[in-house]
Design a protein around this ligand. Structure first.
Ligand code: BGC
Length: 247
């Protein structure tokens, strides 16, 4: 990104929706409308690329050539996607950054969606100035995680895929927001699943702070008070925009 850039475009590709906006980099705020389209069914690379091109056109900032960050729900190493939990298996071991750069005809920065949400909350949100270990989790179609120690991100932690002893389904299949919807759970019933999840994270990592992002974080009052943890747990300040801002 150029040193002079004051604004950038963030695109957050999720299992359900693709969201984009223009971000003021000093304030860490959206300074445009938030454009959203549904993630194409099957989430195949070509279809996702077309959808991203579409949101960028709708945003109407193409001529300005603002720096562009794209966040994706998979392990991302050196521009390659290495996993595909809620998207097409074609993304496994795929040169995704290069694919988007060719398709969009420009440079981009490409990273894991939860990692960038963590960066947004550390720079501009609930974890600003936090010392020690912050674990940000996003509760959406899956569970994403960002591990941040004294402000430094340890990327690709993938804590949504922790296994549950004696069960075949992993943590995200059991406790993501999509599991609440799929199993039609009340806040109380869902909170029991979250209690297991956050207690397990607490036992494994002894974090200093949890931050909870994803669309459902706007209803944090309904479920965070039901959790009994030793670690402070806060909703993401940027809610579901943390991915766009961090990207
Ligand atoms: C993926 C992660 C992603 C998370 C949230 C998980 O299924 O494996 O890479 O961060 O979903 O989208």
């Amino acid at each position: 990104m150029s040193q002079a850039a004051r604004r950038a475009v963030g695109v957050d590709i999720g299992g359900t929706g693709i969201k984009a906006g223009v971000v003021d980099l000093a304030a860490g705020d959206l300074v445009s409308d938030r454009i959203k389209v549904a993630t194409p069914s099957g989430a195949e690379p070509d279809d996702v690329l077309q959808a991203v091109a579409h949101v960028l056109r709708d945003l109407g900032v193409e001529e300005e050539k603002l720096p562009l960050g794209v966040a994706f729900p998979a392990i991302v190493k050196s521009g390659r996607t290495l996993s595909a939990a809620n998207v097409s298996p074609k993304w496994v071991d795929f040169a995704a950054e290069e694919f988007f750069e060719r398709g969009l005809g420009r440079d981009i920065h490409f990273a894991n969606d939860a990692d960038v949400a963590g960066i947004a909350e550390v720079r501009y949100g609930a974890a600003k100035g936090a010392r020690g270990l912050t674990i940000l989790t996003t509760l959406g179609t899956g569970i994403g995680s960002a591990l941040i120690y004294d402000g430094t991100l340890i990327p690709n932690s993938e804590l949504g895929h922790l296994s549950r002893t004696g069960h075949t389904k992993d943590a995200e299949a059991y406790a993501a927001y999509s599991a609440k919807e799929r199993d039609d759970l009340s806040w109380e019933k869902w909170a029991k699943r979250l209690q297991w999840y956050y207690s397990h994270l607490e036992f494994l990592f002894s974090p200093d702070l949890f931050v909870v992002g994803g669309g459902v974080s706007k209803h944090a009052d309904e479920f965070l008070p039901l959790l009994d943890l030793n670690t402070p747990i806060l909703p993401a300040v940027h809610r579901n925009n943390a991915g766009i801002i961090g990207a």
